[in-house]
Design a protein. Structure first.
Length: 505
């Protein structure tokens, strides 16, 4: 240990900070202090900090400036230009949060002139880069977004899914169909869907692809588009990751959903699904985006019919490479994919993945908002003593039925015959099942899933009593079959809230 400490001390004397975390901390602290001393605030950038800390051994923080005229460029363009080309940090006014014409650079040497030459060199490069960015931006403003769209006729989105123009037409069709569902203005949705990809053809986005969407908003605002249209041009890409915000404006929601669903349906139809760790078209992110948009905004979106609409009104109606797509590959497989993504999402929030399976296993479960509410109610129910015991009883009934149905090569469907009840516990369980089914169905119809769980909970004592007092596999064959049909009725009753066979434990 002493040798290593000596090594660290000798490196420090030689102007080398060995520990990268210490370098990062030093850069961040010095940059903040230098900015504060001049009355500014550092715009922090973790990724850039990591990169810069790896480029220097002895970080020396300096401040440079650029011409004020460049502040007419959108701040994101300034920041991206300076960040990408010179690995420098930008500063802002702490009062207004607006960028100022200053930047922070990190040198690797304590220069004898106090860094004047280093600052001057960086200022020269940044001035040239910002001049290019300003030229690109001002040139872009001379052409309206809609006047660029004809170029998409000759740009292929995917050889089996058509051109970008065909994709935009599909997005527009689906977004308009979703407009009423999210209470969006149809005209705004149609306009936003038509223009949302246009900034891909601009010079600024050509230089900085990471600014796509954002520049669409700036250009839409500059040409006088409705604010909802402008924001949809930016927000339809969101959420870009787990920490990104989801669209909240109705027009943005409609276009964002249409964009993601079109990609999912299209790539499913040509059998280009994610495999293992490979997901070249970011379909997992698209599905999670749909899930977050729907759940965070409480949108009642029936996925099955929406997917069907995307196929019929989008791909088949527009004639997009019809011979190359197979719509039969889409519905069931894509719903299962959404179920998997929803499990990931809920698991990150602390929910159990098997509860999602138990709810998705029910028929016609494609309303994500309702699924989440069912899962939440089911989780609370299974945390209770009644829930745990009813689950154990339900699994015991399912196991008995599975064994006996396999042995008899039959199923015990149909209603049990009350005349064959030989014990009071059979009659009590049958009556409790009827009440629970009725009450649970009524609660589910009004989407009160906690009430449905409470209705199921009333079965618990009768199930316990049945298994304690009644022998299912009696020698009396008619009575045995009748008791198995009663167990099947109990299994069917629990399907009002979830498929208990999918629940672990």
């Amino acid at each position: 240990m002493k040798r290593f400490d000596d090594y660290m001390a000798k490196l420090a004397k030689a102007k080398v900070v060995l520990d990268p975390e210490r370098r990062k901390a030093q850069i961040l602290a010095d940059a903040k202090n230098l900015a504060f001393a001049q009355g500014y605030e550092l715009v922090e950038d973790k990724a850039l900090l990591d990169e810069v800390a790896g480029l220097v051994e002895w970080p020396v923080v300096l401040m440079g400036s650029f011409d004020r005229e460049f502040l007419a460029i959108p701040p994101e363009v300034i920041r991206t230009t300076i960040r990408v080309n010179q690995k420098c940090f930008v500063l802002r006014d702490p009062q207004t949060a607006a960028l100022v014409n200053k930047f922070i650079l990190v040198a690797n040497i304590e220069a004898s002139d106090g860094g004047k030459a280093i600052i001057a060199g960086n200022e020269r490069v940044i001035r040239a880069r910002l001049s290019d960015a300003k030229f690109f931006y001002e040139t872009d403003l001379k052409t309206r977004l809609e006047d660029r769209l004809h170029k998409f006729d000759h740009i292929v989105f995917h050889e089996k899914l058509g051109t970008q123009a065909e994709r935009i037409a599909r997005i527009e069709t689906l977004a308009v169909a979703l407009a009423s569902l999210v209470k969006a203005d149809v005209a705004n949705v149609r306009r936003a869907a038509k223009l949302c990809k246009a900034d891909l053809l601009t010079d600024v986005v050509g230089e900085f692809p990471e600014l796509q969407g954002l520049m669409g908003r700036y250009y839409a605002e500059a040409q006088g588009e409705d604010e909802a249209v402008a924001h949809a041009c930016e927000d339809h890409y969101r959420p870009k990751g787990p920490d990104d915000l989801v669209p909240a404006d109705p027009a943005s929601i409609a276009v964002a959903l249409a964009d993601k669903l079109d990609a999912l349906v299209g790539f499913w139809a040509i059998d280009e699904k994610p495999t293992g760790s490979k997901d070249p078209y970011a379909l997992r992110r698209a599905a999670l985006g749909v899930i977050r948009i729907v759940i965070d905004n409480g949108i009642r979106l029936p996925l099955s019919s929406t997917i069907h609409r995307a196929i019929i009104d989008g791909f088949l109606a527009t004639g997009t490479r019809q011979a190359l797509i197979d719509s039969r590959l889409v519905p069931a497989g894509l719903l299962a994919f959404f179920a998997d993504r929803l499990k990931v999402q809920l698991r990150e929030q602390g929910a159990r993945h098997d509860l999602v399976d138990a709810v998705f296993a029910l028929e016609a479960q494609d309303d994500l908002v309702l699924i989440v509410r069912r899962v939440e109610a089911l989780g609370k129910f299974l945390d209770s003593e009644d829930g745990k015991n009813l689950l154990a009883g339900s699994k015991r009934a399912a196991n008995i039925l599975r064994i006996e149905e396999k042995r008899d090569a039959t199923t015990f469907d149909g209603a049990p015959d009350p005349q064959l009840y030989a014990q009071a516990e059979e009659r009590a369980l049958a009556e409790a099942i009827d009440v629970a089914k009725r009450d649970a169905a009524s609660a589910v119809a009004t989407e009160d899933f906690e009430a449905a769980m409470r209705a199921m909970a009333k079965l618990r004592t009768h199930v316990d009593a049945f298994f304690e007092k009644v022998t299912v596999n009696t020698d009396d064959k008619p009575v045995r079959a009748n008791r198995l049909r009663l167990l099947n009725q109990m299994r069917a009753a629990t399907l009002a809230v979830a498929d208990f066979s999918r629940i672990e434990g």
